[in-house]
Ligand binder design. Structure first.
Ligand code: G
Ligand code: G
Ligand code: NA
Ligand code: MN
Length: 254
């Protein structure tokens, strides 16, 4: 309850910040797009990571405000970068299942896109596999509405939940992110090698982009490149960083 009260204050007084982790072309290191990750700049305890407060926000309902705040902050940052002649490709925002199932989401996004001049494909919503793969009928409606707004869908932590391949075909996300637990033991674990290649083959057949998460070593990077997984994210390439640090790495725009 103490934390709940602090979180309300944090939202109100601007203590939440977004950091950005690049998704790069593993061949060149060039930034292909970015993922936003929320942090809480706590006045006493310092920088807090989402694992310490997102679950509290989900239980208390505050996640609705945080979800809207992150979407607006990301759209604002996108517009700022474009004004500065930089472009992140696409900004991904992580949303909780509660946000995805919120009937206000599409109206909120419609307003933000208008207010900040967000172009088609410039905003991506990142959701866990279990969020999109449960209640698929409702999910499909929301995903179609997102698509209509030019907002892309990325399925996060792919492989850790239960995925029906049939639903993947129906829901057609723009991007799958292979969970880092499958990347960690590459290229030594033959099972993981086969799994990663299988996901890549499946995604190619369905025309879905793949991002490998948690790339920490050159051996992982090189295995993935050989398997034609070009888009990579992880500490080998870049850690999450504040917007002023990443700005210079973005491609010039227009
Ligand atoms: O930033 P970090 O690597 O600690 O992120 C840990 C987890 O928190 C990840 O699963 C990530 O998806 C989640 N997360 C990060 N930012 C946000 C956010 O803005 N909203 C929600 N709901 N989850 C987030
Ligand atoms: O669930 P999600 O994929 O959104 O989680 C993102 C989290 O993963 C962030 O907390 C980020 O700091 C972390 N992360 C990003 N790259 C790496 C990596 O190479 N190794 C590890 N262990 N964590 C990473
Ligand atoms: Na994510
Ligand atoms: Mn993930």
């Amino acid at each position: 309850l103490e934390m709940e009260r602090e979180l309300v204050e944090a939202i109100r007084s601007g203590q939440l910040v977004l950091h950005y982790q690049p998704i790069v072309d593993g061949r060149t290191g060039a930034v292909a797009s970015v993922e936003s990750l929320v942090r809480w700049q706590h006045p006493q305890r310092g920088l807090q990571y989402p694992g310490s407060f997102i679950p509290v926000a989900e239980d208390s309902g505050l996640i609705r405000e945080i979800g809207l705040w992150t979407l607006e902050a990301a759209c604002q940052q996108l517009a700022r970068w474009k004004t500065l002649g930089r472009h992140p490709g696409s900004i991904a925002v992580n949303l909780s299942a509660i946000n995805f199932k919120d009937s206000a989401l599409i109206d909120q996004l419609t307003e933000l896109i208008q207010a900040y001049g967000v172009g088609k494909g410039e905003l991506t919503i990142e959701l866990t596999e279990s969020t999109v793969m449960t209640d698929t009928e409702a999910s499909l409606k929301t995903i179609q509405a997102l698509r209509g707004l030019g907002v892309s869908l990325a399925v996060d932590d792919f492989g850790t939940g239960y995925s029906s391949l049939a639903y993947l075909k129906v829901l057609r996300p723009r991007r799958l992110k292979i969970d880092r637990s499958f990347v960690r033991d590459l290229p030594d674990d033959p099972d993981d090698c086969v799994l990663v290649k299988a996901v890549l083959g499946l995604a190619e057949a369905l025309d879905i982009d793949v991002v490998a998460e948690g790339v920490e070593t050159e051996a992982q990077r090189d295995f993935l490149l050989q398997a034609k997984c070009v888009q990579q994210q992880g500490y080998l390439h870049a850690k999450p960083m504040p917007p002023e640090q990443i700005g210079g790495l973005l491609r010039t725009w227009p």
